[in-house]
Design a protein around this ligand. Structure first.
Ligand code: ADP
Ligand code: MG
Length: 257
């Protein structure tokens, strides 16, 4: 079985990378999970996962003529398979985003859940590809009306390529925010449930500083609990790995950008 989720949002800094790794670790208690930093222009998953010094990254797989096997960019960390991406601007410019299709196709044959940490903006091929490739998106938002509106644009884009909504995660929620009211709006407009509200918390910041995913750094805190709740609500579907690999390989890359 395998299902691919793109963890997406309308803006940077909403907590996509934090959420990708936290959901990944929570899902890894039940599934074989592979996490990919598909935010190839603003990669930062490596810093959240203690992989700053990784020799081979997704960039090497996306650059033609670098003789690197997919497995060389896969690291066993925190109970997951993690594919980090490098941060060099030169490598990003050299990378061919279309090659992500084959990389994800190969990874899909040997895992249960693929989580694609996705870019925020929708302005280029490398930015939209994870959303086009995924089965469903998890939208990460702050519980504010402008943030909902950004998230809806991402959802609209995803739906236009047949990518459904698995659910919404509210992140960086402050005690004084009226989550109930915003959740009501979200319930009306998003094609999936509210998976969880993650509090704004020092633990999350400290985890990032320690180079560890939240669930490794503060496994029993309120933010980790909320991510467990979100993962429990994600009903992972039972896609056939080979079928999904074929679909990825033949995915049409949007040229309306
Ligand atoms: P994105 O991948 O969407 O750009 P990140 O996951 O890298 O966002 O988060 C951006 C910054 O915000 C990081 O420094 C992270 O530690 C911090 N952050 C994310 N979620 C929370 C939270 N719930 N509470 C406090 N800080 C958070
Ligand atoms: Mg990120």
């Amino acid at each position: 079985m395998v299902e691919a989720f793109a963890v997406a949002s309308g803006k940077g800094g909403t907590g996509k990378t934090t959420s990708t790794l936290a959901l990944g670790m929570a899902l890894a208690e039940r599934y074989d999970v592979t996490v990919i930093d598909a935010d190839t222009g603003m990669a930062n998953l490596l810093f959240h996962a203690g992989l700053d010094d990784a020799d081979v990254t997704l960039h090497d797989l996306l650059i033609e003529d670098r003789d690197v096997a997919v497995e060389d960019a896969v690291y066993d960390r925190f109970g997951m398979s993690v594919v980090p991406c490098g941060t060099s601007l030169a490598a990003f410019e050299e990378a061919d985003p279309e090659r992500l299709r084959d990389v994800v196709a190969e990874l899909a044959t040997d895992t249960d859940v693929l989580l694609l940490d996705s870019p925020a903006a929708l302005g280029s091929k490398s930015a939209v590809l994870p959303i086009v490739l995924a089965d469903r998106i998890v939208v990460v938002l702050q519980p504010t009306v402008p943030s909902l509106s950004d998230g809806l644009k991402v959802q609209e884009y995803a739906h236009s390529y047949g990518t459904e909504t698995a659910g919404v995660v509210f992140n960086r929620v402050r005690p004084d925010e009226d989550v109930e009211r915003i959740a009501e709006h979200a319930g009306r407009y998003f094609g999936g449930p509210l998976l969880a509200s993650i509090p704004e918390s020092d633990e999350v910041r400290a985890a990032r500083r320690a180079g560890k995913p939240l669930l490794a750094h503060a496994p029993d805190g309120p933010a980790a609990d909320a991510f467990h709740e979100a993962a429990a609500k994600l009903d992972v579907r039972d896609g056939d790995g080979d079928d999904i690999a074929d679909r990825f390989r033949s995915a049409v890359i949007p040229d309306r950008i």
